[in-house]
Design a protein around this ligand. Structure first.
Ligand SMILES: NC(=O)c1ccc[n+]([C@@H]2O[C@H](COP(=O)([O-])OP(=O)(O)OC[C@H]3O[C@@H](n4cnc5c(N)ncnc54)[C@H](O)[C@@H]3O)[C@@H](O)[C@H]2O)c1
Length: 255
């Protein structure tokens, strides 16, 4: 992990209780930031904070970001606890792997509400505080936002939306607020291991297939995604806005 200094910076990470979001929380915590952690329940956020040994700069901002009211409540409570906001990371998301003809309205709404609507309304709610601090936003999109994946039309729609929404917001918010997204390939988190690999009839073959998907022949670690998130949040990245950074072991480089 690269060494960054975010001493006294105020950060909110949605979906910070697990996976990529949790690695982002840990990385900002190690870099000296004050971090508000969001997850769906009071309990999951409290457990996450208690699991981390140096947790005196970690704060709870629980709530469901799939509704506008939920986003406003989470972001406003984080701004209040932190006394402002410098960096917003939108990592809350759900993965969906389903055939088109097996999809229904409820699955579409659930996925789009968390992955796309939640990202938009958390950004919108944070703008006032970020204008004051000269802060920036990083959205966790996906390689599935840059290309199509089979059995994934709904997820691809949500992540393609995040990528292009990030670009559109960058134009509107520059030069005051930078906004970027990262586009991971497969990352070894609960979303992939617990929800897909462990539930598959042939977990060994599925894991090999997911690893072989990237030219680098493995999945990313959550910490590798967190490093890029922290880089995009630094002043060293201050000319980067509207970008979609692939962290995918080459999977979107071409086939
Ligand atoms: N794991 C991958 O291979 C991968 C690849 C590309 C992109 N992503 C994206 O990265 C992000 C994080 O994924 P992950 O792999 O860490 O998943 P994960 O399942 O390990 O963690 C998801 C987090 O989001 C939170 N969350 C889900 N719905 C929420 C809601 N309505 N309100 C508040 N919090 C909610 C969960 O509580 C959890 O903390 C997601 O946006 C995902 O789409 C993941």
């Amino acid at each position: 992990m690269m060494r960054f200094d975010f001493t006294n910076k105020r950060v909110l990470v949605t979906g910070g209780t697990r996976g990529i979001g949790n690695a982002v929380v840990n990385a900002f915590n190690k870099a000296g930031a004050h971090v508000a952690i969001n997850g769906r329940s009071v309990d999951s956020v409290a457990k996450t904070i208690s699991r981390i040994s140096n947790n005196e700069r970690l704060f709870a901002a629980p709530g469901d970001v799939s509704t506008v009211a939920g986003c406003e409540s989470v972001v406003n409570s984080a701004i209040e606890i932190l006394g402002g906001l410098d960096i917003l990371v939108n990592s809350a998301g759900i993965g969906v792997d389903v055939l088109i003809e097996e999809s229904d309205e409820s699955l579409w709404d659930t996925t789009l509400n968390v992955n796309l609507k939640g990202t938009f309304f958390c950004c919108r709610t944070a703008l006032g505080a970020l204008r004051k601090s000269g802060g920036n936003i990083i959205n966790i999109a996906s390689d599935a936002g840059l290309m199509g994946n089979p059995n994934s039309a709904i997820y691809c729609a949500s992540k393609g939306g995040v990528v292009n929404m990030t670009r559109a917001m960058a134009l509107e918010l520059a030069p005051e607020i930078r906004i970027n997204c990262v586009c991971p390939g497969y990352v070894d988190t609960d979303m992939v291991r617990r929800d897909w690999i462990d539930k598959d009839d042939d977990p060994v073959s599925l894991e090999k297939m997911l690893c072989d998907y990237a030219p680098m022949k493995r999945m990313a670690t959550p910490e590798e995604i967190a490093s890029s998130v922290l880089y995009l949040a630094t002043v060293e990245a201050e000319f980067i806005t509207g970008s979609a950074l692939q962290i995918d072991g080459g999977s979107t480089a071409g086939h």
